[in-house]
Design a binder for this molecule. Structure first.
Ligand code: HAM
Length: 420
């Protein structure tokens, strides 16, 4: 028998209420902060993601689902949402709109990662991108939106970790200081970090290996190497976060797994688990749009994993009712009654009343068991007697009482008792 591919999951009907709950919160929060929805294709040209994330990131090196289509074009399933939104921003001339252009998405994301609790090969992100302003108040607004989003959902115990990784001006100096420091420790680094030392030294700081973490803890700190502009930007961001009442914890080892970030980077951590449980993250990416062929356009954004949100909501004990049962179950006895039952089911549904019809041949007893299992509030029974008298039998499944109702009076009667 076939199974869902490793690292993917079916979202079964019982799970759907959690997804609707999160989606409703997304709609509400994006409305409050003025974001408009954008949907981009599930795959893009591979070059877009390579260019954006950076060649020496885990995403590009190990995690992309890349394939050639029948026309020989290299395509990749979206391993994150930001590059696709920037591509669409450029392609559709959104730089002509008043900045910042604020866009959000809910999208499946594909990463060939080692599956484990909370880590999947297909997951879903809610992401938001604000394109066209370098103002630190925008960084604060993006972080505030994420924070209020989690609050709206009722998620508690989250920590906001914050750092600044500088810009084109100050980062080279910092990287040189990092390499200087790491020179003495290369022999003790894990194999991945040995490669990072050569190709992507910033990423040395967030290695998960305990021995590398110890070295990273004592590494030179980015905040101490910021240029005056980046320093002022970071100070202003912290001021605005304080104004908004959002507590931030500085983490000098927070660098994020994508190379496009400049200045602000941040992550939201739940209280109880290790680092791979990060629930959301983002930052500023002032050089990405230029990298993709646009004019210099500063931008800032964040994304959060919906599966991880739901795991955390459940851990906190949020229980959501299952999808509603049909209001009415229609049971018939005999072929003539069946025709009337099919007609009635159609009429009820056209009136907006959720109705279920029994199929196949069953005894009345079997039908009533079916009505019970359906969870319907009422059963409508149609047999020869009802047909002859122009009535139906209406059974209240809760009180187990029943009465004959004129067929013509059924819909107004149900309307009275069933909330629209
Ligand atoms: P990211 O941190 O790579 O950022 O992913 C965002 C969130 O997606 C993570 O915090 C996590 O909740 C969830 N996530 C990531 N990988 C997985 C996985 N394998 N399984 C389940 N959930 C996962 C980005 O993707 C950036 N594009 C965010 C951004 C937007 N930065 C600026 N704008």
């Amino acid at each position: 028998m076939y199974q869902a591919p490793r690292g993917t999951a079916d979202i079964l009907p019982v799970e759907q209420p959690y997804w609707r709950y999160v989606e409703r919160a997304i709609e509400e929060i994006t409305r409050r902060y003025g974001y408009r929805r954008i949907d981009t294709p599930v795959f893009e040209e591979t070059g877009l993601f390579r260019r954006s994330a950076g060649d020496y990131t885990d995403i590009v090196q190990k995690e992309m689902y890349t394939f050639e289509d029948r026309g020989g074009v290299s395509l990749t399933l979206k391993p994150e949402g930001t590059p696709a939104v920037c591509r669409a921003y450029l392609e559709h001339g959104m730089h002509n709109l008043p900045p910042p252009v604020k866009l959000y998405y809910i999208s499946p994301i594909f990463r060939y990662d080692r599956p484990q609790a909370g880590r999947y090969r297909q997951h879903h992100q809610f992401g938001a991108e604000a394109i066209g302003s370098a103002d630190p108040a925008l960084d604060a607004e993006v972080i505030d939106m994420a924070w209020q989003f989690y609050r709206l959902l009722g998620l508690s115990g989250l920590t906001l970790e914050l750092n600044s990784i500088g810009c084109k001006t100050c980062r080279p100096g910092y990287l040189a200081a990092l390499k200087d420091y790491y020179c003495a420790h290369v022999a003790r680094l894990c194999a991945d970090c040995k490669a990072r030392f050569e190709k992507n030294p910033l990423r040395l700081l967030d290695c998960k290996e305990p021995s590398c973490q110890e070295i990273a803890d004592n590494a030179p700190r980015g905040l101490e190497h910021l240029c005056p502009d980046c320093s002022a930007h970071f100070a202003a961001l912290q001021k605005y976060l304080a104004v908004l009442g959002i507590p931030a914890t500085l983490n000098h080892r927070l660098v994020r797994g994508l190379d496009y970030y400049t200045r602000t980077v941040f992550e939201f951590q739940p209280s109880f688990e290790g680092r791979q449980s990060t629930i959301g993250g983002g930052g500023r990416y002032d050089d990405l749009i230029v990298e993709l062929g646009g004019r210099p356009t500063p931008a800032c954004g964040f994304a959060t994993g919906i599966e991880r949100i739901i795991i955390n909501l459940k851990r906190q004990g949020l229980e959501l009712p299952p999808p509603p049962a049909p209001a009415v179950f229609i049971a018939f006895i005999g072929e003539a009654a069946k025709e009337a039952a099919v007609r009635l089911a159609g009429e009820l549904r056209r009136e907006g009343i959720p109705a279920a019809l029994g199929f196949g041949e069953r005894s009345l007893k079997g039908r009533m068991r079916e009505a019970d299992a359906s969870g319907a509030r009422y059963a409508v029974i149609i047999g020869d007697e009802e047909l002859a008298g122009g009535t139906v039998t209406l059974r209240d499944m809760r009180s187990a009482t029943q009465e004959k109702v004129p067929a013509a009076a059924l819909i107004p009667r149900l309307r009275r008792d069933i909330p629209a």
